[in-house]
Write a protein that binds this ligand. Structure first.
Ligand code: NAD
Length: 361
């Protein structure tokens, strides 16, 4: 019997609706090939939601997302809403979704596609074959730890304070996501911390090491974050899956992403407890400078849909099929403007979508 998945679609702002259309068309096209089907429901988020309802994440949108099997988001934001108070800005929709769906794990792949090697700022021999997944803890650590604030003591000296704190439970649940993800890849996991200086990292290291006993098929190593930053630039091919806390992951995932050199190609996933809906979205923003002109690269959105299949719905074969179609159109020399190279054929967003559908047929 075919499985039906309920998917909440949040096209958002700027190029969001254009790239979402391509993502949905691709999902519709592969469904029958894998005996699955999708019930899509579209909801307002970001600036579009502010215009319509006065709030970036209306209650109906959050409850639709909570009752879906997965959430596919495009991007939110734009100059039009930049003067609103921060609690009413489009980006609040992302924070509301993270909180409301309990999304504590952020998965950011950085994979060099052979067709786009020259887009990287590093030398070909350094980046060729790079395929890294950064698993970042998203709801704990120094960004949320208490106490926090700016305080003035009796002498009138002001101090800024943040607290880097992780409980065993928080380390264990991100650790499990990372070991499971590594298992679906090459089975090599590097845990990044600062255990030579920080007690919070010593606890992190203890728990990850303990968990590794449950995953004898995954090879675990540990690395200090300063060395990890250096190694990412020196010899990125040594990494397969990286797991790290919120602050280190914020920085390292952007550094790893930039090895690939092309923002229009990067998907991401944010996951919560097993069985709960995850959120899948491109790394890039709403690109207001090119919105509505059929110039956007829809591939990050399409690859986010593939991540949704792999990590959200456990439909790895369908994800493989989509990723293969992306490779096929790139192999055929088809490019959007942002990844255009000499000798290639430049397409708009819609035509890129059509090329993908042809590859999937
Ligand atoms: P951006 O990622 O939207 O754009 C940066 C540059 O990359 C622009 O030149 C843009 O044209 C280009 N670009 C981005 N995606 C592209 C694509 N798919 N195809 C072709 N070119 C693409 O970042 P920004 O300009 O800093 O932000 C624009 C808006 O997006 C802001 O309101 C920001 O807050 C928001 N934003 C949202 C998210 C999100 O929804 N997750 C993430 C980042 C930024």
């Amino acid at each position: 019997m075919s499985k039906n998945y309920k998917i909440a679609l949040l096209p958002g702002d700027g190029i969001g609706p254009e790239i979402m259309q391509v993502g949905v068309a691709v999902l519709r096209a592969i469904a029958p090939q894998f005996e699955i089907s999708f019930s899509f429901e579209t909801a307002l988020a970001g600036g579009a939601a502010i215009d319509e309802t006065g709030h970036p994440l209306p209650a109906e949108t959050l409850s639709l997302c909570q009752s879906s099997d997965a959430v596919l988001l495009a991007a939110v934001g734009g100059n039009k809403w930049d003067t609103l108070p921060s609690e009413l800005r489009p980006e609040q929709a992302l924070l509301g979704l993270r909180g409301g769906l309990g999304l504590f794990a952020n998965l950011r792949p950085a994979k060099i596609l052979p067709q786009l090697i020259d887009a990287s700022s590093l030398k070909r021999e350094i980046v060729e074959g790079v395929d890294i997944l950064v698993v970042r803890e998203l709801t704990g650590g120094i960004y949320f730890g208490k106490p926090k604030g700016i305080f003035t003591d009796e002498q009138g000296v002001r101090r800024g304070l943040n607290t880097m704190v992780y409980s065993e439970m928080e380390v264990d649940r991100i650790g499990r996501v990372a070991f499971e993800a590594a298992r679906k890849r090459k089975g090599v996991l590097c845990s990044v911390d600062k255990a030579n200086v920080l007690e919070v990292s010593q606890l992190w290291r203890d728990r990850i090491t303990k968990m590794s006993q449950e995953y004898p098929d995954v090879t675990l190593s540990h690395m200090y974050v300063d060395n990890a930053a250096m190694q990412l630039l020196r010899w990125p091919k040594q990494f397969d899956t990286i797991v790290t806390g919120n602050l280190f992951g914020d920085i390292l995932s952007d550094a790893a992403a930039m090895l690939t050199g092309s923002i229009g190609m990067l998907p991401s996933a944010s996951l919560g407890e097993p069985g709960k809906p995850g959120l899948f979205e491109p790394v890039h923003g709403s690109a207001p400078d090119i919105a509505g002109r059929d110039l956007a690269n829809p591939l990050a959105q399409v690859l986010s849909a593939a991540m949704m299949l792999r990590y959200g719905l456990n439909e790895g074969a369908a994800a493989d099929r989509i990723e293969a179609a992306v490779m096929q159109v790139l192999d055929a020399g088809k490019r959007t403007g942002d990844i255009m190279a000499p000798g290639c054929e430049q397409l708009g967003c819609k035509a890129m979508g059509e090329a993908l559908l042809a590859a999937l047929a």
